[in-house]
Design a protein around this ligand. Structure first.
Ligand code: SAM
Length: 326
């Protein structure tokens, strides 16, 4: 079983299947022309299958497929069905929702258990400014499709950035109550391509809690220690749930159970890892499954104790979120 030198069990893997994205969210990607990696640098489906099988044999129980935007890579449903066949206990996907309405049934038939959909504004114009697209209606259709399916309740992720969408906290909470979704607020992290992140742009989870609680009383829901979100239900028993993810103001590294595989085959033990560890090179050099398992074990052993966002010497990683896979 995978364990790091601090005794943390590693059971969760996020697999990025592409670095391409059809959105250009201001807090993630740059407005600049594409700087995607050449196709040949990305892991093929066969390579991803092989690695997934090894990871599952090593004790990974939870896999989240992500990107870039995972739904832009043709064949993602087939990959999900192969992951399901490996017996992954918790199989989910993170998507911007734009292509979801037409793909939802296929994803479910493939064996998807859960879904996270990003939604950073309930105002179509503002949504357009944040994502630099005109896709509000298709994303809402994607959310509707998920809510009508076995994937309900969907987790809806909003990254709040001060001065951009922090005026929508209460509106998002009302959305959770109306639609019965799990509305999750994620603190803005220094992983944006334009390097505009600053502490003053972070909307602390405590503030979000205070504002929602003032309007609709919240009650904490017990959660597993390794879970990223602090979870709350509405005390008046309204549908929906609130999740607060506070990597900046309340880091939860001590119980982290996650590692990440990037679309170009690098293993990352922390979102903020300074170094990528190259699985693709090994794979393409003819490493055996035993060699790969040994490498993974030794990389995981050295997992960082925690991110250093709050340290004076913090340096953001060279890879931004779209190239890591959030
Ligand atoms: N395209 C998919 C999506 O939109 O959900 C999956 C990939 S996206 C990189 C995964 C998540 O990372 C999204 O919820 C996005 O909002 C979040 N994200 C991107 N940049 C971020 C940042 N600088 N700070 C916090 N979250 C960020």
């Amino acid at each position: 079983m995978l364990q790091d030198k601090f005794g943390r069990q590693i059971t969760d893997l996020r697999i990025s299947v592409t670095d391409r994205c059809n959105f250009r969210c201001v807090y993630c990607r740059s407005a600049d022309p594409e700087n995607y990696r050449p196709e040949g640098e990305l892991l093929s489906w066969a390579e991803l299958d092989r690695l997934a099988k090894i990871f599952v044999a090593m004790g990974i129980r939870k896999i989240r497929v992500t990107g870039g935007e995972p739904l832009v890579r043709p064949g993602v449903e087939h990959f999900i069905s192969r992951l399901a066949a490996l017996g992954v206990q918790d199989l989910s996907i993170t998507t911007n929702g734009h292509l979801l309405a037409e793909r939802c049934d296929r994803l479910i038939r493939a064996g998807l258990h859960r879904i996270n959909i990003s939604l950073d504004s309930l105002d179509p114009l503002k949504f357009g400014r944040i994502t630099r697209t005109r896709t509000f209606d298709s994303v809402m259709a994607g959310i509707d499709a998920a809510q009508k399916s076995s994937l309900a309740p969907a987790k809806i992720n909003a990254v709040l950035v001060r001065g951009i969408n922090d005026d929508e906290v209460e509106a998002f909470a009302a959305f959770a109550r109306d639609r019965g979704v799990i509305m999750r607020f994620i603190e803005f992290m220094p992983l944006d391509a334009d390097r505009h992140w600053s502490r003053s742009l972070v909307v602390p989870a405590a503030e979000i809690h205070r504002r929602i609680d003032a309007r609709w009383k919240l009650e904490p829901i017990p959660h597993e220690r390794s879970e990223t979100a602090r979870k709350y239900r509405f005390a008046d028993a309204a549908p929906g749930e609130i999740g607060l993810i506070a990597p900046v103001t309340q880091p939860f590294c001590g119980f982290c159970s996650r590692i990440r595989l990037t679309a170009d085959g690098k293993l990352r033990t922390c979102l903020f890892s300074k170094e990528d560890r190259d699985l693709r090179g090994l794979l393409r050099d003819g490493a055996s499954d035993e060699d790969l398992s040994f490498f993974i074990t030794s990389v995981v052993h050295e997992k960082e104790e925690g991110h250093r966002i709050n340290e004076p010497d913090f340096v953001p990683p060279s890879r931004t979120m779209v190239f890591i896979g959030g």
